[in-house]
Design a binder for this molecule. Sequence first.
Ligand code: HEM
Length: 470
Amino acid sequence: MREVHRAGGVEHQDEAQRDERVRGTQRQGVDEKLHRRHAAVIASTIIPSAPSTGSGEGSPAEDATARHSREILAALGMTGVPIPETRPYAGLTLPAALRTTRSMSVAFSTADRPPAAVTGRSDTRAIGRWLAVVAAMIFAMIVLGALTRLTESGLSMVEWKPVTGWLPPLGDAAWQAELAKYAQSPQGRLVNQGMTVAQFKEIFWLEYLHRLWGRLIGLAFALPMLWFLIRGRVPRWLKPRLVVLLLLGGLQGAVGWIMVASGLQDAPAVSHYRLALHLVLAISLYAYILWLAFGLLRPAAPSPLAGDRRVGRAAAAAVVFLFVVLTFGAFVAGLRAGQVHTTFPTMSGYWIPPGLLELEPAWLNFVATQTGTQFAHRWLAKILVVLCLALWVWARRVDATAPVRRATTMVALMALIQLGLGIGTILTGAELAIATVHQAGAVLLLSTLILTLRRAWPLQDALAGPARTG
Ligand code: HEM
C-alpha cells in the first residue's frame, strides 16, 4: 500500500498537529456515528486525491490506492459518505489507519461494540491473566535460582532426569545413595569432602525445589494452553507465540542442565558463560510472557500517539541495554567477582584498578576476569541508570500520555533502587539476602520497562476483530 510521503523537516510538527486532532476526535466520542467515521477516516487517510465531498470517483486523478479504498468503503456499505475537511490520519498507511480507527472504535464505542463473547475479548483477558501467573512463577524461579547459586546448592544433584526426577530420595538408603553419587563429583571431592547426610540435605533441597518449580511452571504453562486450544479460545496470532514459549521453556531446562554439567567435570564450579546464558534465557522468557500478558490485559487502547511512540522506541533501547548489563552481572556472579573490590564508588580505591588489562587481547578481561567483569558491570549499570532517568525526563518532553509517563516514573524509581541494591551487594561482598534482592531488582526494573513499552505500544492484534481461532 502506498504511503503518503512527507517532507522530513516538518514531520514532527505535522505529527504533533495530527496527535492534537486525534486527541480532539477521541474526546468527542464516536458511538452512534462509528461506521460513518470509519468510512470518513479511511477515505480521508488514503484517498489523497479525493475531494472533500467524497466525489471524484472514477476521475483520472483516482489511482489504484484510491480505487482500493473505495472498494473497502463499498464493502462497508458506505459509498457517498462525506469526507471531513480535516485529515487526522493523513500520512498513515492503510494498515496503520485501519488499526487506528479500529482501536479507537473499540476504545470509545459502546453502541456498536459487539458483546465480549463475540469478540473474544474476555478470552484474551483470561489468557492474559494466565500468562501473568506464569510470569510471576518465573519471577519466583529467578529468585530461587539466585538463592540456589549463592548457597552453592546448584551442584548437589548430579543427574538429570527430566521426567522421573521429580521425587526426592525417599528413605535413608536412598539419601545415602544420593550422597555417594555427589561425593564422586568435583564439588563433593574437593569442597565438601566427608559431608554427612544431614549437611547434604541442606544443599540438596534448594536445587531440588528449583528443579521441581521448573516442572511446575512447565505444567502451569502447558495444561492451560492445551485447555484454551482445545476450547478454541486462543486467537490465531497468539498460537505460534505460545508454541515458541513452550519450546523456549524446554530449552531453558536443557540449558540449566548443560550449565550444571559444566560443574561436574573437573572444577567444582559452573562455567560463568553458561550461567549467564541460563539467566538471560530465563529473563527473556519472563520478559516475553510479561509483554504478552500486559498487552492482553489492556487490549482496548487507542493507537499510540507520536510522543508515546518515541518513548516506546527509547524504552526498547533501554531494554536491550539492560540485557547487556545483566549479562555482565551474571559474569560477575559466576566468577564470584562480587567478593573482590568491595568498595564504592572506587574499586579498592582505584577508578581504574591495577590489573584491569592483564589479559591479551584487552576485551577478554571484561568477560573473563573478576576485576574486568565487575568493572564492566559497574559502569554499564551506571549508564543504564542515567538512561532510565533520561527516559523519565524524555517522556515529559515529548508530551507522552499520562499512563506512559507514570510507567517511566516507575522505571526511574526502580533504577535508583537497583543502583542502591548493587552498591549494597558490592559493599557486603555479595551477602546472600542483598545479592538475591539485587537479582530480583534487575527483573523488576525490566518489568517496569516492559510496562512502559506496552503502554507506549499497545497490543493491536487482539483488536483486529473476533478471536480468530483458526
Ligand atoms: C542498575 C542496574 C543493575 C542491574 C540491572 C544489575 C543486574 C545484575 C544481575 C542480573 C546480576 C546477576 C545476579 C546473579 O546471577 O545472581 C548482578 C550481579 C551483581 N551486580 Fe548488578 N546490576 C545493576 C547494578 C549494579 C551496581 C551499580 C553494582 C555495584 C556497584 C552491582 C554489583 C553487582 C554484583 C557485585 C553482582 C554479583 C552478585 C552475586 O555474586 O550474586 N550491580 N547484577
